[in-house]
Ligand binder design. Sequence first.
Ligand code: MTE
Ligand code: MOS
Length: 764
Amino acid sequence: MNDTKTKGLTPDASDMIGAPVLRPDAIDKVRGEAKYVSDLVFTGMLHGRVIRSSVPHARINKVDLSRVEEDPNVICIVTSDDVPGENVVHVIYDDQPALAEEVVRYIGEPIALVVAKDRTSAERAAKQANIDYDPLPVVSDPIAALADDAPVVAVPAVVEEGKNVFNHMRLRKGNVEDGFAQADVIVEGEYRTGYQEHAYLETQGAIAVPDENGSMTIYGSMQCPFYVQGAVARVLGLPLSKVRVIQTTTGGAFGGKEDVPSLVSSLAALMAWKARKPVKLIYDRTEDILTSSKRHPSVVHYKTGAKKDGTITAIEADFVYNAGAYQTLSSAVLWRGLMHIAGPYRVPNAKVDAYSVATNTVPCGAFRGFGSPQVIFPHESQMDKLAEKLGIDRLEIRRRNVLKAGDRTSTNQLLKDSVGILDTIDKAGEMAHWQERLAAIEEFNKTSEDRKRGIGISTITYGVGLGGKAPFLDKAGAYMKLEADGSIAFSVGTVEMGQGLITALTQIAAESLHIPVERIHMAQVDSSRVPDSGPTVASRGTMMSGLAVVDAAKKLRERIDAVAADLGISKQDISTEMPKIAQTFWLKNLDPAVEGWGVTAPVDWDAETGLGNAYMVYAYATHIAEVEVDMATGEVSVEEFVAVHDSGTIVNRQLAAGQVEGGIAQGLGFALMEEIPQKDGKLLTSGFTTYRIPTIRDVAPNTKVDFVEAVFPYGPYGAKGLGEVPLMASHTAVSRAVAHALKADVSSYPLSPDRVKGIVGTAV
Ligand code: MTE
Ligand code: MOS
């Protein structure tokens, strides 16, 4: 590991950054003592169930809930008529109602709510609802939805006039005609990916508790407490100050708990409002899979031109994401796709058009990578095609094109520092023994007919944080206080969802305060404790909340140092003398509490050209996978895996490696097995018997993970972001390895045995 400890924000960094420390939330979780939302019980608590649309597009003729109400255990029902505020679940746009009024636009859309004494009664009663629909034309395929004569299926206010286009975004850089004219070779491809389900262990859930003075408290499994606060305030017609949101231990999220909890919590809040009692709403697995967000299915056309030496001269692309029935996060997801479609390469000329399209399908949303995996598979496949046509090694063509400090990105952003991409390629190449393995694989494949081996490489970049399309969200607060016994309590507004944020932030606090981690406690995230800190997405948690924690800790440290000086305690003894120092604060009525604030370099973006400083900083990674394909069954096994990441300074190496290993598995699932067929708006897979995700047996037995730490001068101790990047890089390393093994083009996911057999059939 590089010695980066002296380079970050705080020059006197000691030994906590990079150290392996015990995860504060680990023991409770392994003992089963952590309190998830479904474990919580409140006095008088009732249970909710959602009555949902069974059709993909229809006008609601009549909602007959008389038989639901007859159930003796039913307390009340809620329809759109009962909404005290606005009937809208605010995410980015306001098209999605909490409860459908006249029209339903996807199967599973909430229409009414049942509140009952217990969960079983609520479920039983909900089945008695009788809803009469007048069917409307259904559009479920995004390409068909773009046809001139396709009926418009979305709320008209949020689509381009007369079309099913939620968003059309552009990137225009240089002149692509000139760029292609300079090219010696041009390669083209069409790439398709389908739904990916988050498959978090804990399903969506929330409890709404009516509090004193007409306020409402929400407990729930979520990534974005401040989104939930905003949504609940809108739907109840309350000021934000009367809505308090507490994040409960969250059993995985992966982007799936970014926007959906705003809906879940709004529904729970509506029930609690009417019943005047706490109401718990926990989705069952089928309901969760069928009605909550997924990764957007995509179709991408991509054309790349390059000179004989491999230098890229131009890219031209268009892509379509199936957004589903409502906007939710699609504009943000599409934007990220647009910003990442050129990959980590120098691209002088680019013309890209991106569309998110409305259909009568479940609204899609954020999923680890946030719209970038769908364009990474294409940009990396294109690089391999160029390499093949030009007779250049695949690793080498990437080396020749990757961005360096001083270069400009596809959006014309000047990269000033912290660009470790080339080092990730070189290190990954060494660790995987790229050249040797290429030769060995060729030998192996000469003699082996029934099994073929292949090796694939994927090199990527990721803009950390929300970036130029929503710069107002990239802020974070922290609150920190010195207790009278010398321990420290702090609060932030971003959440732990498995990724290790509590550990990373506790280490950052320990480093800044020079107090051992055992004496520092991060409190449960509660919207009433800190200002709006933006969402826990875009791998921004460690960087943004880390900055806020450093800011708070520095302020507290100054006060601690002053008291220590008064007491004649030397700097190196502060850590052990903390109880005495804290006692002095208490006895002398000194203020022991501070607030911290985190913001970084400004970003900007021009919607007309798509150019600008899209993100404050970028993370990078190179993954290399080796696979073996059973040519008879089409089964693919991943045999070797190497992952090298540049996420700036690594705060906790074990946790970081864990993030990488988990992300690799999720990407492997995306590339090889995860699939939800959809027909006429109906999802044909609703459980884990048919939705296959990787298990420990599917991951490479010998996965090697390492880091190059290109320090980010504005990050906490030089840290950037990591959380999503591993998934983004891994799937294409795997799919390109399959393409190499089959000596054939691979253009759609998942590479399930049947699809692989199909490719084997067409290969020469
Ligand atoms: N890791 C675990 N175990 N569980 C999760 O839900 N979510 C991912 C990633 N890693 C996730 C995870 C996603 S989508 C994001 S945006 C980041 O974690 C967010 O956390 P960070 O900002 O602290 O990296
Ligand atoms: Mo992660 S998809 O940005 O929640």
